[in-house]
Design a protein around this ligand. Structure first.
Ligand code: SF4
Ligand code: SF4
Length: 215
């Protein structure tokens, strides 16, 4: 999932100072799981705006904010509320926010959240980065994502700097390669791992902006 965090209200105050009427859009997917795009998040923002003498002309929660056509369809019933608003505030990730930018090119669109990373939820509202979307997944070979969990993205074993099993860059964390080794050992895949020396990583596959269209 895409992990998002609500921006500081001081920053948002600066973006909205010249506007009085707002339409709010949340997202029922990752942003709701993060608590940044849910109904509760929208109603809190609405209350805050109203306490600051601003008007909320309406709000909705997109099913999947980054799905442009689906979101366009869902928004069609709110056309009047959106027209009345001077700007739209989006409570989703950057991709969802840009769906709205694309759909309403002439209306200012304000992101309410910062988009942090692709990650997993370990406990309620506690997230860990797990994937850097590198474009060539090695998980079948490495077990855990060493591209992400190792600060040096070492592909074929540890850098040699680890101490007492901890990473030399971040001693609060276990060396990613020890985690990988333990998993591969449990799966009986250590021998196979030694046979699969990975070549230099092709970072061109991670160059932005990337496009993909299924054939
Ligand atoms: S190897 Fe690449 S695609 Fe696979 S989890 Fe890691 S960053 Fe993501
Ligand atoms: S100690 Fe381990 S996790 Fe840390 S940089 Fe070296 S290989 Fe990567």
């Amino acid at each position: 999932m895409i992990i998002t965090r609500k921006k500081d209200l001081k920053e948002i105050e600066e973006y909205i100072e010249n506007f009085d009427k707002f339409f709010l859009i949340g997202c029922s997917e990752c942003a709701t799981l993060c608590g940044t795009g849910s109904e509760e998040a929208i109603l809190n923002l609405k209350q805050w705006l109203e306490n600051n003498n601003k008007k909320v002309t309406g709000w909705m929660i997109a099913k999947t904010g980054c799905q442009i056509l689906g979101t366009k369809r869902e928004l069609s019933q709110y056309r009047q509320d959106i027209e009345e608003a001077q700007c739209i505030m989006v409570l989703s990730c950057g991709a969802g926010t840009q769906s709205i930018t694309e759909l309403f090119e002439e209306k200012p669109v304000i992101p309410v959240n910062d988009t942090l990373f692709i990650g997993n939820m370990r406990r309620l509202r506690e997230f860990e980065e797990r994937c850097r979307a590198c474009g060539e997944c090695f998980l079948a070979i490495t077990g855990v994502c060493v591209v992400t969990l190792c600060p040096k993205s070492m592909l074929n074993g540890p850098c040699g700097g680890y101490k007492d099993g901890k990473c030399e860059v971040n001693p609060l964390r276990k060396c990613a390669w020890i985690v990988a080794y333990e998993i591969l050992k449990k799966r009986g895949l250590i021998e196979k791992f030694y046979e699969n020396i990975l070549g230099p990583k092709d970072w061109s596959k991670a160059n932005s902006p990337r496009m993909f269209k299924e054939k």
